[in-house]
Design a protein around this ligand. Structure first.
Ligand code: SF4
Ligand code: MG
Length: 324
């Protein structure tokens, strides 16, 4: 395994008490593999990613347990300067909002070039050439001209390509993309997603793709981890999930994806809202919204049952759901 998160716990101090944002998350990604992490907002997907990247260890957020084993080392045990080295060169993150992640007063070429002058000790001239090369790689047209432009002169889709180029610059072993296409329109979304998938193959990187949209992962992910209230509730190869989900929450997400073959049918949306993380329901956290819930669900927290070798479900009634 390139990366293995084991039993991770993260808390936040809020005015209403302690918010348990991540409650024992375990998942892994191999070299060259894409793991999609799926869930509604507030499910803990981004917080887990930030803990992996080491950009969370500041109040009010606190990692209270677990391990993040990357290339054989537990990152949570490293000193901040060692951590920073890993973060710069070995793993990179792509965020939803490129405009606020890029520096508005530096040209795109200078920002890309900085990756090479700072981390690789290159001259400015060589770094500029590298920047143009990278912009070509992510298929920004007229790279040689556009390298001099500023972020606001790029469209949303092109700006997201610049973010991808920044992430790729040092050829990291792992990229984490947090809702990388959510702010883009549908056609551009597909193009950016395709580009990411292609570069991931070419560079043999591990990719963690965080999204709330099951519709975008079918073609790019190898595995899916579905998160709810700070836990992984189902984990499986992507095709198994599409064939038959083993958790009612996954089923709800699947049934909410518009499908061409079922045009005109009313979309099933999961009723209710995700729980307040300062007051997570006892038993199965999903029980107030679950169509299969019964008494035991209100009292006993379901463990992650082994559904198959490479598949788990945290539902007492996973068999029923699978056959559903
Ligand atoms: Fe629903 Fe119970 Fe399964 Fe939770 S454990 S998902 S409430 S059936
Ligand atoms: Mg998020």
């Amino acid at each position: 395994m390139l990366l293995e998160v084991r039993d991770l716990h993260v808390e936040f101090r809020t005015r209403d008490g302690v918010a348990r944002a991540v409650n024992g998350v375990s998942y892994g990604v191999d070299e060259g593999e894409t793991l999609a992490v799926l869930g509604e907002s507030g499910s803990g997907k981004s917080v887990t990613a930030q803990a992996i990247m080491g950009i969370l260890d500041v109040p009010p957020g606190r990692i209270t347990g677990g391990e993040v084993v990357f290339q054989g080392r537990d990152l949570l045990k490293l000193k901040e300067d060692e951590r920073r080295k890993v973060r710069g060169a070995e793993m990179a993150m792509i965020f939803q909002d490129a405009l606020s992640s890029l520096n508005p007063v530096l040209s795109v070429g200078d920002q890309l070039g900085e990756m090479f002058t700072v981390h690789r000790g290159m001259s400015r001239k060589d770094a500029r050439a590298k920047a143009v090369e990278l912009m070509d790689r992510v298929r920004i047209p007229a790279a040689r001209e556009r390298v001099k432009q500023y972020p606001h002169q790029f469209s949303g889709g092109m700006r997201q390509r610049v973010m991808i180029a920044m992430a790729l610059a040092l050829e990291p072993a792992l990229i984490i993309a947090d809702e990388p296409t959510t702010a883009l329109d549908v056609t551009v979304q597909a193009q950016v997603m395709e580009l990411l998938a292609e570069l991931r193959r070419e560079y043999r990187m591990g990719l963690i793709l965080i999204t709330h949209d099951l519709g975008v992962v079918a073609d790019v992910a190898d595995r899916i981890a579905v998160m709810y209230a700070g836990r992984v509730v189902e984990s499986a190869p992507v095709h198994d999930i599409y064939k038959a989900p083993a958790h009612p929450y996954t089923r709800g997400l699947l049934d909410s994806v518009p499908r061409l073959d079922l045009k005109g049918r009313e979309l099933y949306a999961i009723k209710g809202l995700p729980p307040n993380l300062t007051h997570i329901p006892p038993g199965c956290a999903f029980h107030p919204r679950c169509p299969l819930a019964r008494d035991v669900c209100r009292t006993d927290e379901p463990p992650l049952h082994e559904v198959a070798d490479t598949r788990g479900s945290a539902c007492h009634f996973w068999r029923e759901c699978l056959n559903g």
